[in-house]
Ligand binder design. Sequence first.
Ligand code: NCD
Length: 331
Amino acid sequence: MKRHLISAADLTRDDAVLILDTAEEMARVADRPIKKLPTLRGRTVVNLFFEDSTRTRISFEAAAKRLSADVINFSAKGSSVSKGESLKDTALTLEAMGADAVVIRHHDSGAPHRLATSGWIGGSVVNAGDGTHEHPTQALLDAFTMRRRLVGVDAGLGHDLAGRRITIVGDILHSRVARSNVHLLHTLGAEVTLVAPPTLVPIGVERWPCEVSYDLDAVLAKSDAVMMLRVQRERMNAAFFPTEREYARRYGLNGDRMARMPEHAIVMHPGPMNRGMEITAEVADSPRCTAVEQVANGVSIRMAVLYLLLGGNEPAVTAGNGTSTRTEESK
Ligand code: NCD
C-alpha cells in the first residue's frame, strides 16, 4: 500500500482485499468486552475537519482510540482557519505537534492530495472526503458491508465482489461517495450501474468504469445492492430537477420499488438521509437497509486503514492465546 490514502483508484485489488480482511479482524475486536488494541500506542492521529461531518469524524476518532493512538480533533469552526489561516499554516502547526497521520475532510476537491504532496507534513494523509471528488474509506466500508451481506463472512477472507451488480442512485454529480465506489467496486470485479436524472450525471462519466441509466425501475430487478445517495442541496447552485416530489417519484426508493428487488438484495445509504426524498422512512427502517450497519463497519474499516498505514509489521490482532489471527495470504 502507498503511504497515503487519497483515492480509491490508488488501491490495487490486493490492497483492497487486505484492508477488507484486516477490517474483518478488527470487527472481531469490537465484539470483545474490551474493544481496545495497543497497536498504535504513542502514535498521534489528527482529525482535520474543514467541513461538517457526524459519522465520518466520530468513526475515525473511535477507530484511532480503539488502536490506542492519541487523537487530536481539529475542526475549522472555532479554530484560526475561520480567521483566514491557510491550509499550509494549519499543516505546519500539525507537523509541529508530531502528527503521524492526518485525516482530512475539506470542501475543496484536491485538498488531501495537496497536503500529501506538499512536503508540509511527514505523516500519512487519509482523505475523509474532499469536495465532490473522493471518499475512499466510505467506499471501503460499503464494500465491506456488501461483502458481508452478499458474499458472507463464512465464505472466508480474501473473497471479493466479482460479478455482483451494484446500482448507485441519485445525486452522482456532487457525490464523492459515488466516485470512490465506482473505482473500488470496479477493482473488486463488481458491475456498477449509476442511475440519476441527466442533470445529476457528471460530465465525462463515459470514462468511468460503469454503466449509466436514467430509469430506476429498469435496473432494480437485476441489482444485488441498491445504494441511495443524498441529494446534496448545499452544493447545488441551480435547479437540477423540477420539484422534490417529482424527484422522489422518479428516483426515490419506496416500499413498492424495494419489493421489486431480488429477495437477497440490500439497500444502502451512506447517510445523512433525506427521508421522504431519495428514500422513504419505510425503506430506511426496513431490515434490508444497511445504513446503521455501514456506520458500525466504518469503524472497523478505519481501524484497518490506520493500522495498515501506521502500524508497521506487527500483527493487527492477536487471539486470546497470543497467536496471530492474521492469515498468511493477507500479509
Ligand atoms: C457522505 C459525505 O459526506 O460525502 N456522507 C458520509 O461520509 N457518511 C455523503 C453525503 O454527505 O451525502
